[in-house]
Design a protein around this ligand. Sequence first.
Ligand code: V0D
Length: 254
Amino acid sequence: MVMKIPFFNSYKQMNEATQFHDDHVPEHIAIIMDGNGRWAKKRGLPRVAGHKEGISAVIKIVKAAVKCNVKVLTLYTFSTENWKRPKSEVDTILRLPKEFLHLYLPELISNNVRIEAIGDMENLPSHTQEAIQYAINRTRDNDGLVLNFALNYGSRHELLNAMKAMLKDMNEAKLSPDELDEQMVSRYLYTSNLPEPDLLIRTGGERRLSNFLLWQLAYTEFWFSDVFWPDFSEKEFMEALEDYRQRKRRYGGL
Ligand code: V0D
C-alpha cells in the first residue's frame, strides 16, 4: 500500500469550505459485502453468524461515509442468486433488515441519513418489505447520506425489466427506436434518481461483478480487498478513499 498518512487525517484538517470543494471524495460508493460466510467458517461458526457480524460492519462504514461527506452509499445485501442457498439461511438473512433497523434506525435518523432500496422488493417476505418501507418513509425528508440497500437485486433482471417497460411505453407513444438514447435507458433503471457510482468496493477476495449494477458501473473505479466483510473497518474504507483520491489526482495532472 502506498499511503502513510491516512486520508482522514488530512481530511479532518480541512475547513468546511475546503471539504465542500474537494471533488476527490467519491459522491457515490457501491459495495459488494462479500466474505461473511467464510469469516464464520474460519471461526467454526455457522454462516449465519457471519451475516450477523456483517451488520456491525455495515453501521461502522455508514458512519465513516457520513463523516467523509459521501452522498450515496449503495450496499449489495441480497442478490437474486442468493435464493439458491439453504432455506434456513435465506430465512435468517431476510430477517436482518428488521434486526438492523431495530438496532440502528434511531441513530441513522439523528445522523440525517435517508434510507432507500433498489431491487425486486415484491418477491421478498412481507415482514422484510414492511420493515424497509417503514424506514424509507421515516427518513424520506432527511437530506444527508443516502443509504441505498440493494435487495433481491440482479442487474440483468433490472435491465430486462427496463427494456420491457421501455418497449411498452415506446409502443404506446408511437416512438421510433431511433429516438431511444442512453439517458432514456438510465431512467428505466432502479437507480434513475441516483448519480452513477464513482467507486466500487468488493471485499472478501473475489474480483468479479456478480451481476451488480452492470450498466451503472461503466465508468466506475474498482477497489478490491481480501478482507472478509465482517472485518472490514474504517481503516480499509479510508484506504479505498485514499486510493481513489490518488487516481483522480493523477488524471487531474494530465
Ligand atoms: C447480510 C452483510 C443490513 C451482508 C451485512 C436481506 C449480508 C448483513 C441489511 C438491511 C444483510 C437491508 C435493508 C434495510 C436495512 C438493513 C441487510 C440483508 C442482508 C438482506 F433497509 N444488513 N443486511 N439486508 N446482511
